[in-house]
Design a protein around this ligand. Structure first.
Ligand SMILES: [Zn+2]
Length: 121
């Protein structure tokens, strides 16, 4: 898991993925379905990709969940909620605290009083 924190060679990551899934290719004799050239700061590489590798990429993508994915904003539909479930795009606060604040704002609006930021709820 060195790749999580250290700089890494993208070509090495692709080579590792191919090495990890290739032993399970049910048709290793089949011709590659793609040839991919890769130019990075470390140099240039060419990878031949089998149908099995591409299908493995599809399965990996289906099961992938980004650690930054905290759902969509109910206000603007954005996908940038921070660790406090605060939308970086429109400012809406989600979660239990967000619901409490939203309810307070609705009550205050219904009572005809302007909500006071930072005031008692
Ligand atoms: Zn938002």
């Amino acid at each position: 898991m060195l790749w999580v924190t250290a700089p890494f060679d993208p070509a090495a990551v692709i080579a590792e993925f191919i090495d990890a899934v290739s032993p399970y290719n049910p048709h290793p004799e089949a011709a590659p379905v793609a040839v991919v050239g890769l130019r990075t700061a470390y140099g240039e590489d060419v990878f031949t990709l089998s149908d099995h590798v591409i299908r493995a990429m599809c399965r990996a993508l289906e099961s992938y969940r980004d650690p930054e994915d905290r759902g969509d904003c109910a206000g603007c539909g954005g996908r940038h909620l921070d660790e406090n479930l605060h939308c970086r795009d429109c400012g809406r606060l989600h979660g239990v605290l967000g619901q409490v604040i939203a309810e307070h704002m609705r009550r205050a609006a219904a009572d005809g009083e302007a909500p006071r930021p930072g005031g008692p709820m």
